[in-house]
Ligand binder design. Sequence first.
Ligand code: DX5
Ligand code: ZN
Length: 216
Amino acid sequence: MAKLSPSLLAADFSKLGDQAVKASKAGADYLHIDVMDGHFVPNISYGASVMKSLDKYDTAPYDVHLMIEDVDRYAGDFVTDKTEYITIHQEACTHLHRSIQHIHSFGIKAGVALNPATSIITLENVLEDLDLILVMSVNPGFGGQKFIPIALDKVEELASIRSEYNLKFNIEVDGGVDLTNAKDLVDAGCDILVAGSAVFGAEDIRKRIKDFKKLL
Ligand code: DX5
Ligand code: ZN
């Protein structure tokens, strides 16, 4: 069964704790933490201290998506008992292999994200080191954007590479995911779906998560 990782970027920040707990109780498998630095992407979201303010609540584990430059400097700030994945961008890393090892050195699973214009081939030399590949289905920086269909082809290609070479990475898709495309993504081989506005923009967050989970 595929997993659901609701993005807190679309939550009401004035009641972040409540919304994180509500989503977790409703069945969210992870909480997707979108970190934006205003350099790698044209927006600023929140940093490690905001994420860590959720540590005291009973929530799903964190799935951290770093849309930032200088990942080696900041990745360690996002390590907590609840951190499952830290994902960095291929486009933001000069020494990608080193940055993956750096995340692993904390005992945390490492992911690499690919922007819509970045080809899978760029990961050829690190595939064996990865726990997660995050396929961006929008250009990162903002929630609520339209799904870019090339992502579906990428998921299929990654799933076929994974089985051909007997690799272990999970495949995650992020951006414009909703109830209309979730099933196709899962059928293509996606293991973790990120959904921001489709979850936290819903009138009834709990019901929306249950509806997602039925499709997965
Ligand atoms: C985009 C972020 C996404 C975003 C998803 O830069 O990485 O995680 O919050 O939001 P929706 O689901 O609204 O496209
Ligand atoms: Zn994200």
